[in-house]
Design a protein around this ligand. Structure first.
Ligand SMILES: C[S@@+](CC[C@H](N)C(=O)[O-])C[C@H]1O[C@@H](n2cnc3c(N)ncnc32)[C@H](O)[C@@H]1O
Length: 319
């Protein structure tokens, strides 16, 4: 497919995603809950000429980029600005999706071209909202949260061992002048951590930036709510695949799938607790990971973990 726009994000694990989520019949419906630049959706639409895709993204800029890429597919691609947890929770359409894909986190474009301070290497304003029209920006958080709250966020969402020192330094610096850019924050973190930590495998601000992004966008809560709601919306016999990029995300996917997993030893007519409905078969006992070759070609794929579950048919007890 030829396009004049330069896409910055390479779809992760394309072969595995297509293989595990490929539609079983004609005229199926895929909800791509994290459309991004539309890389995965384009692959599906190309490979399955009768497939219909609903593509969601919280970020209106991403929708614009994906719209250009998916224009050749006409009305087979329907794009909407939405958070996936809200979309699935409010889903009332008659047609249940037979495939759901969630490719979590942010896209390469967010780091390199969004101008919203996701990268500690930039001097962009510290915003980090995926939907710039709603919620509190990272700038607001770092300039207003109290020290303990800030340390807790950096620890819980960044798994940053120097969270207290970093929070203390942020509070000290902001008493002189407010923190406005990604570069200023990166510099504060750099000076807050011990010297030996500055030259490790990753930049010392990596975890703090991840933590703020997760907090700003409520990412982990959205994953929990979104997965529960997506399992309800999915058609019986349908499949959901989720790509996670760090342990905080992947743990939530694993727990949700496990909580709903059908155990073959249970009698089929056993009463089901409400939390366990609907039931699924977890198809990937261990998460799939990118091949060595993909990791080499696309370093951003390195930490990807792909899990897939299939919803049981109704006669077996699914709602
Ligand atoms: C990793 S990128 C997806 C890349 C895409 N699969 C591709 O091949 O181009 C994740 C996208 O999901 C969006 N996103 C993240 N969390 C979201 C949520 N809870 N609801 C809707 N969109 C979300 C981000 O704005 C980002 O564009």
């Amino acid at each position: 497919m030829v396009s004049v726009m330069e896409y910055q994000h390479t779809p992760v694990m394309p072969t595995e995603v297509l293989e595990w989520l490929s539609p079983a019949e004609d005229e199926e419906l895929l909800v791509d809950g994290t459309l991004g630049e539309g890389g995965h959706s384009a692959l599906f639409l190309d490979a399955h000429p009768t497939l219909h895709v609903i593509g969601l993204d919280a970020d209106p800029r991403m929708l614009e980029r994906a719209a250009t890429r998916l224009a050749p597919f006409g009305d087979r691609a329907e794009l909407r600005q939405a958070w996936f947890d809200e979309f699935f929770s409010n889903y009332a359409a008659e047609r249940a999706p037979t495939r759901i894909l969630l490719d979590l986190g942010i896209s390469s474009f967010h780091f390199s071209g969004s101008g919203r301070g996701f990268s500690f290497r930039s001097s962009e304003p510290l915003d980090m909202r995926l939907d710039p029209g709603s919620g509190r920006s990272a700038e607001e958080l770092v300039n207003t949260m109290d020290e303990k709250e800030l340390a807790d966020v950096i620890y819980a969402y960044g798994e940053e061992r120097y969270s207290r020192r970093i929070a203390e330094r942020i509070v000290r610096e902001r008493s002189q002048r407010s923190i406005g850019t990604a570069g200023e924050l990166a510099d504060i973190v750099w000076h807050a951590v011990p010297g030996k930590y500055r030259h490790g495998r990753i930049h010392p601000a990596t975890r703090t930036f991840q933590a703020l992004r997760i907090a700003v966008n409520g990412e982990l809560e959205r994953i929990e709510r979104g997965l529960e709601a997506a399992l309800r919306v999915l058609a019986p016999g349908g499949r959901i695949g989720v790509i996670a990029f760090h342990s905080l995300e992947d743990r939530r996917v694993k727990h949700c799938f496990r909580a709903h997993n059908y155990r073959s030893k249970e009698p089929r007519d056993a009463p089901m607790s409400l939390e366990r409905e609907p039931l699924v078969y977890v198809l990937t006992k261990k998460p799939l990971m990118p091949s060595e070759d993909e990791r080499r070609r696309n370093p951003a794929s390195r930490s990807a973990r792909f899990r897939v579950a299939e919803k049981l048919q109704e006669r077996e007890g699914a709602v």
